[in-house]
Design a protein around this ligand. Structure first.
Ligand code: SF4
Length: 443
């Protein structure tokens, strides 16, 4: 469950409203369009910047059930033969890219299997996909292979298959340990499935295990959240990632809220921030350290998240699969999001591209600034080296406003978010947007 999408660029609010924001990219997606697609052809036909890091994202868009808070492009109705066709198309897409000057001969720094639920597909499909992708773009020597899992889709055999394809970072979407909350929110798994898969995961010995939680699922109370956090602490995973529940327009819950048929109380943003803060504090008590606005790790020295840091540093990333997002040589682009259109393009030997946006140096500066703020700090000198811009002068006003509000602390060579700022970082970032994007729809 990686995070693209949501809705409008909003101000700071306290109540959980439909249309909330999770900032994952810049400029906003609503400015990407078909007219800019010739820019994709231009970057694919040119060699890459020699210093640019490169990674591959593979989108596996299948889930057992659609969670009521889900806003991703996922399918819950595909049979094994249809999944086979998708895996085939994904392999073909990677083969097409592998021959192009922007990609040919590049060695990925990371590979990321996201979804949807990558662990939903059969071990044989997974192995076939990896064999074909690696034949086209070998990833021997890659620093990290990440793989998202839903507990109820795992079997002992599948865990071995995931390990055998070279996965180094397994990310388990637990979200909550309370069965009533899991059921209410439409999750496919229950807590017993978490208990069942953990011994297999531990025995397989992945380099890194991450656990995902969501603060503020429908039905959550302080007592249930304390219990979930206590169980999480007991697991001592290498990394724990906690998102605050968002309600973009396209979730099932949002639809019910907007048509007036949802009558359950939702946790306010203030409560969700308090829950996340509590979890961070409990994890800190047993030695975890803050790695970003969402993630605590057992050791900053040894637990790295290569995919996240490379993306936030502006790497080239080839996003493959239906609706996937890419960034290559300064151009953003996204695949089509229709099942039939995606498969048909690849059957015809064409890349399934849907929309694009070429970025300016200033767009890329702002993109990296806002994404790196999610780490909780900025290294000011890095921006001067890379973009020739003194960010403390260029963005003096938003920095001063946020310092005044107690969201960050300024020094000569660094910007550091306070805990208060960190817990609501996504609401702060639009302050850095250029005027053309103020108040614009995000997706
Ligand atoms: S597991 Fe739930 S939230 Fe995650 S992609 Fe599938 S349906 Fe969406």
């Amino acid at each position: 469950m990686t995070k693209p999408e949501p809705a409008t660029t909003g101000a700071m609010t306290l109540d959980t409203e439909v249309g909330s924001v999770f900032v994952s990219n810049y400029p906003p997606f609503s400015f990407w369009d078909e007219e800019h697609m010739p820019a994709i052809d231009r970057v694919l036909a040119a060699p890459p910047h020699p210093q640019a890091d490169f990674g591959i994202y593979l989108h596996i868009p299948f889930c057992r059930k659609r969670c009521k808070f889900c806003y991703f492009r996922v399918f819950t109705d595909k049979n094994s033969s249809e999944i086979g066709s998708y895996v085939d198309a994904l392999g073909r897409e990677i083969e097409l890219y592998a021959t192009m000057p922007a990609i040919a001969g590049r060695r990925p720094k990371f590979v990321y299997f996201g979804g949807g639920t990558p662990s939903f597909i059969r071990a044989s499909h997974l192995q076939a996909l990896v064999d074909r992708a690696q034949a086209a773009i070998p990833w021997t020597g890659v620093e990290e292979v990440s793989f998202e899992c839903e507990p109820g889709t795992l079997t002992e055999t599948k865990v071995h298959a995931i390990k055998d394809i070279g996965v180094t970072r397994l990310s388990l979407g637990i979200e909550n340990f309370d069965d009533e909350i899991l059921r209410e929110n439409g999750r496919a798994h229950l807590s017993k499935e978490i208990g069942r898969c953990m011994p297999w995961i531990e025995a397989a010995g992945f380099e890194q295990l991450n656990i995902d939680l969501i603060a503020g699922m429908v039905g959550e109370r302080w007592e249930t959240w304390r219990e979930t956090v206590a169980k999480t602490v007991d697991m001592m995973a290498d990394s724990v990632t906690i998102y605050q529940m968002e309600l973009p327009f396209n979730t099932r819950y949002s639809g019910r809220i907007l048509d007036g048929t949802f009558d359950t109380e939702l946790a306010t943003w203030e409560t969700k921030r308090a829950w996340q803060d509590y979890a961070f504090e409990e994890l800190a008590k047993v030695g975890y350290e803050v790695s970003s606005a969402y993630t605590m790790v057992r050791s900053l020295e040894t637990t790295h998240f290569v995919y996240r840091d490379a993306v936030w540093d502006g790497c080239d990333m080839l996003g493959t699969g239906v609706a996937s997002f890419s960034h290559l040589s300064g151009v953003h682009f996204q695949n089509v999001d229709g099942w039939g259109e995606y498969l048909a393009s690849l059957r015809d030997g064409r890349l399934p591209l849907g929309r694009a946006l070429p970025t300016t140096d200033r767009d890329r500066l702002i993109r990296e600034l806002i994404l790196q703020l999610k780490r909780g700090y900025l290294e000011v000198g890095n921006f001067q080296t890379k973009f020739g811009v003194k960010i403390l002068e260029e963005f003096a006003r938003p920095f001063a406003e946020l310092a005044e509000l107690g969201m960050l602390e300024l020094a000569d060579d660094s910007v550091r978010l306070t805990r208060r700022g960190l817990l609501q970082v996504d609401t702060l970032l639009p302050k850095f947007y250029d005027r053309a994007y103020h108040g614009a729809r995000y997706t």
